[in-house]
Design a protein around this ligand. Structure first.
Ligand SMILES: NC(=O)c1ccc[n+]([C@@H]2O[C@H](COP(=O)([O-])OP(=O)(O)OC[C@H]3O[C@@H](n4cnc5c(N)ncnc54)[C@H](OP(=O)(O)O)[C@@H]3O)[C@@H](O)[C@H]2O)c1
Length: 325
């Protein structure tokens, strides 16, 4: 039976997440048409959560955080016929239409996939956002088999996913990453070197060809002292900013002319999210042919600890909240 009230992390005014986020007692949301409610077993955190606190989204206030959810269906909205109460599902939390999101005891999903057999709720909650983002940006690059792609920031989970997807597409992959995932990325088949100062020389010492595409996944929006890699990445791409696309460095893109995806959204006639990729890669994760590492899990009440790890820029895998303790 669903409770009437629940614990949820949300904010009532925009600002720094540590200042504005609160763990509150709120009403359990009811799913609207086409949506389902789930009892949240695990919720993946993303840098986007902090960007939303700072005012990135048009969602009114109060607003919840926690965009990746895995849990058990507790209620279905009108018109939902492919899932029933008691089913295990995972997917992105709908934070736009409701005043709470996934960092809660219950959440609403408007896109979901059945939890694949063999995949835990914790591992499933690591997947939706990074799969959707990596699949979308790779599509926007137009990457083809036989091309070379450099993924800058492959120690981010979007970058880590993009490396695996690009290799699956038949591309040669050069990756920049810190120590934590360098060997794992090599085991996927990527050529790996550290990101940061000196990256142009390091990449040129490793490979003779100019990459056809550079995908920048560095987490530009976590820290105010972030140094843009885009000037170096344009040079690695042979000087043409059209061969470079960044996932988060909007300011650097303005200065360098690097692509952000906005041009692809315009060309596609709107923002088309790749929810369809989540089920495919979720199944692959269950079978062991795709992976997104979980760095740490936290009780809902310990969200500040997770926030500190994320904002320090060293998540080194997904940070997952466990609302059921
Ligand atoms: N546009 C979109 O639709 C969209 C969607 C999702 C995410 N994003 C953005 O994409 C970025 C990545 O997200 P995420 O969830 O994958 O991040 P994440 O996993 O939280 O990234 C943390 C990792 O970033 C690496 N890192 C830290 N500083 C770096 C630097 N200067 N250069 C390269 N890597 C660095 C660290 O790994 P190492 O040990 O390797 O240094 C760290 O473990 C974020 O800025 C996020 O907001 C955008």
């Amino acid at each position: 039976m669903t409770d009437a009230n629940m614990k949820s992390i949300r904010f009532h005014q925009h600002g720094e997440p540590a200042d504005v986020l609160r763990l509150e007692d709120v009403s359990v949301p009811s799913p609207g048409p086409g949506h389902v409610a789930v009892r949240v077993h695990a919720c993946g955190l993303n840098p986007a959560d902090w960007a939303i606190c700072r005012g990135m989204s048009y969602r009114g206030l109060p607003c919840g955080i926690g965009l990746d959810v895995s849990g058990v269906v507790t209620a279905v909205g009108h018109g939902v016929d492919d899932v029933a109460v008691g089913d295990e599902v995972f997917g992105p939390a709908n934070f736009m239409d409701y005043p709470t999101a996934g960092a809660s005891e219950y959440a609403i999903l408007s896109h979901w996939d059945a939890l694949p057999t063999g995949l835990s709720h914790v591992d499933a909650a690591a997947l939706p956002m990074v799969i959707e983002t990596a699949a979308r940006y790779l599509d926007w690059t137009g990457l083809r088999a036989g091309q070379t792609i450099l993924v800058n920031g492959a120690g981010t989970m979007v970058g880590f996913a993009a490396v695996q997807m690009a290799i699956a597409r038949g591309a040669r992959v050069i990756a920049t990453a810190g120590k934590t995932f360098a060997d794992v990325l090599r085991s996927f088949g990527a050529v790996v070197t550290p990101h940061g100062e000196g990256v142009i020389e390091r990449v040129r010492a490793l490979v003779s060809e100019t990459p056809d595409i550079v995908l920048d996944a560095a987490p530009a929006n976590l820290r105010p002292d972030f140094v843009s890699a885009l000037p170096d990445l344009v040079e690695i791409a042979g000087g043409d900013p059209n061969h470079v696309i960044t996932i988060a460095d909007a300011e650097g893109a303005k200065r360098t002319g690097v692509r952000t995806g906005a041009e692809s959204i315009a060309a596609e006639g709107g923002f088309k999210l790749r929810w369809d990729a989540i089920g495919t890669y979720g199944q692959m994760a269950a079978e062991g042919s795709f992976s997104i590492p979980v760095a740490q899990t936290f009780a809902l009440a310990d969200w500040r600890e997770a926030l500190g790890v994320s904002l320090a820029g060293g998540a080194q895998g997904k940070l997952i909240l466990l609302p059921r303790g």
